[in-house]
Design a protein around this ligand. Structure first.
Ligand code: FNR
Length: 361
């Protein structure tokens, strides 16, 4: 098999399953408990249907978007995911090179197995950084200063991971084959060698890499620490969207972490309209969780997203074929989006009107 054989992004999942150690595949695939939110992320897209407009000139399609002053040729973004070396020896570096080849924006996770400096060098362009605040504000500030010095213009603070999580799919597949993986965080989460972006930072007071003590006051402190743009990742309600605006964040990322935060929730796309009601036109809105098709991207854009991220699809590509796999996954999504925009009569992102998607009654 080669990336060229793939017809859609799901084809990469099947290949990755045969190539990635079961523990690592299980870590990637898992949701929480019964995986109800995980499944809802896919099935909820079916509740939204397209209302195409005809008789428009769609011979030229412009998918470009502007985020904080940078123009990207596409609204599709590579979401931050930890420990990419679990899927390919080159890990985050392969992903960054694929982002460079295709002109995509990529967001490095602070649970990444590569440093921000190395990833920016591989991308040869703008890379955003995602932070888990940890239980220590001081440690968070040091990481923030480091990534700002390295040149990342945007900080995504993930706010939907507070507790321990019951990832049964991961636990089961790990039992099948508990092979270890140096340099990925699937085993030994939080150990220093697996957190290269924390090199040189005193971690002795850090009780948890997660941030169960984080409140809105933390955002004020981050604002005083950095000039980077601040996006909160994991917002799913209008109440929190309103607080994001009140506390002056620069962007809102609607996400349920790909069904990996809490179970029994709504599909992520169902959360987007209420956030858009509050924030559309005020700050950029990013969206992810469950996006597998160009039509999913289109629906999210119509419902208020400025840009749309994917997680597992590019990890399937990475696990299946390394960098060329990531490139092909992103290329397929881009090609699908172009086709949907033509069918919908929307030659540019600005032409994607809310009336082009309705929720089934
Ligand atoms: C993630 N995600 C994630 N998010 C984050 O803010 N920091 C992280 O380190 C990770 N790590 C991570 C690992 C793996 C294996 C997965 C699958 C996901 C969540 C990610 O950014 C994104 O929100 C989801 O992946 C989007 O859902 P889909 O596209 O996977 O359905």
């Amino acid at each position: 098999a080669s990336p060229k054989d793939a017809i859609n992004v799901f084809d990469f999942e099947a290949v990755a399953f045969t190539k990635v150690p079961p523990a690592h595949f299980g870590y990637m695939a898992a949701g929480i408990d019964d995986e109800i939110t995980l499944r809802a992320n896919r099935s909820a897209f079916l509740k939204y249907q397209l209302r195409p407009r005809r008789m428009r000139d769609v011979s030229q399609i412009d998918m470009s978007v502007n985020l904080f002053g940078t123009k990207w040729k596409t609204p599709i973004i590579i979401a931050p995911t930890g420990g990419n070396k679990a899927y390919d020896p080159e890990g985050e570096i392969a992903v960054a090179r694929a982002a460079r080849a295709g002109g995509f924006l990529n967001v490095l996770s602070n649970a990444g197995a590569s440093t921000i400096e190395d990833v920016i060098a591989a991308r040869q362009g703008e890379v955003w950084f995602q932070l888990y605040a940890t239980s220590s504000v001081e440690v968070a500030k040091q990481v923030i200063r480091r990534v700002e010095r390295a040149g990342a213009p945007v900080l995504e603070i993930t706010v939907d991971r507070n507790g321990g999580r019951n990832q049964e799919t991961f636990f089961r597949l790990k039992k099948l084959d508990p092979r270890n993986c140096a340099g990925c965080h699937v085993h030994g989460i939080g150990s220093p060698q697996e957190r290269p972006n924390y090199d040189g930072i005193d971690m002795s007071k850090v009780k948890s890499m997660q941030s169960s003590n984080m409140t809105w006051d933390f955002i004020k402190q981050v604002r005083d620490t950095t000039k980077m743009k601040i996006i909160l990742k994991g917002i799913v309600t209008e109440e929190d969207a309103a607080l994001c605006l009140k506390y002056g964040v620069d962007g809102i990322h609607v996400s349920n972490h790909g069904g990996r935060s809490e179970d029994g929730g709504r599909g992520s796309i169902e959360c987007l309209p209420e956030v858009a009601k509050v924030a559309r036109g005020k700050v950029p809105i990013l969206f992810d969780s469950g996006v597998r098709r160009g039509s999913d991207v289109f629906k999210a854009l119509a419902l208020g997203a400025t840009a749309v991220c994917v997680g597992r699809p590019y990890l399937w590509g990475l696990g299946a074929f390394g960098q060329p796999g990531v490139e092909k996954v992103m290329d397929i999504l881009q090609t699908e989006l172009r086709g949907v925009m033509q069918q919908m009569g929307a030659p540019s992102i600005a032409d994607i009107h809310p009336s082009m998607v309705i929720k089934e009654s």
